[in-house]
Write a protein that binds this ligand. Structure first.
Ligand code: HEC
Length: 168
């Protein structure tokens, strides 16, 4: 029994690291797809935008948190050990990421044709998440903001989490 656990656990730990790193890369690719469409609105395609938002939705929230449920004893991992000590904060950021992805998917649903002006940020529109940072305060506020704004706040959740929980 003990021997089985000892041989099984290192490879299981490496597997989870490989899975979560692959998920992170997939999210980065999805974010790049959306970013390209905001930079060149003529390239916007609702179905592709929606697909990218869903790709992030499906890899955030509890799915993301679940990949960091225990300290991975893998030298490949760049995750910092404070994730376990600061579980609540980590999970909250993972959930915020999901909330933004859901809002972006909804925006694609509402804009099946060209990218509408309503999806874009107005010139000079404040970008920050306010004193509470990027935390989603309420869903109504989120669905009322332009998709581009939600997109930038979403990218900030990536950065916020990496700054605190990922090694340089
Ligand atoms: C709740 C925390 C959290 C959020 C949110 C988050 N990440 Fe990460 N990310 C991590 C951690 C921790 C690692 C290091 C994982 C490891 O090496 O075990 C990582 C690693 C990565 C990597 C490197 C993967 C590799 O191959 O080593 C990329 C790329 C990445 N994240 C992109 C993103 C993008 C893009 C977003 C937002 C759409 C995002 N992440 C959101 C915590 C997060």
């Amino acid at each position: 029994m003990g021997a089985v656990l000892m041989t099984a656990s290192p490879s299981a730990a490496e597997d989870v690291v490989a899975v979560r790193q692959a998920d992170m890369k997939a999210m980065a690719a999805a974010a790049k797809t959306m970013s390209g469409m905001f930079k060149d609105p003529a390239s916007y395609k609702a179905a592709e935008f929606r697909w990218a938002a869903d790709a992030i939705r499906d890899r955030s929230g509890v799915v993301l948190s679940g990949h960091f449920a225990s300290e991975a004893a893998s030298p490949q991992s760049k995750a910092r050990p404070n994730i376990l000590e600061e579980r609540d904060r980590f999970d909250r950021i993972a959930n915020d990421l999901r909330d933004y992805a859901v809002a972006l998917a909804a925006a694609a649903e509402k804009n099946p044709g060209p990218m509408s002006a309503g999806m874009r940020m107005k010139p000079g529109e404040a970008m920050g998440g306010g004193p509470l940072g990027t935390h989603v305060r309420d869903e109504q506020e989120l669905s009322a903001m332009p998709a581009e704004h939600a997109f930038h706040l979403m990218l900030q959740t990536c950065t916020t989490c990496h700054a605190r929980f990922r090694m340089e």
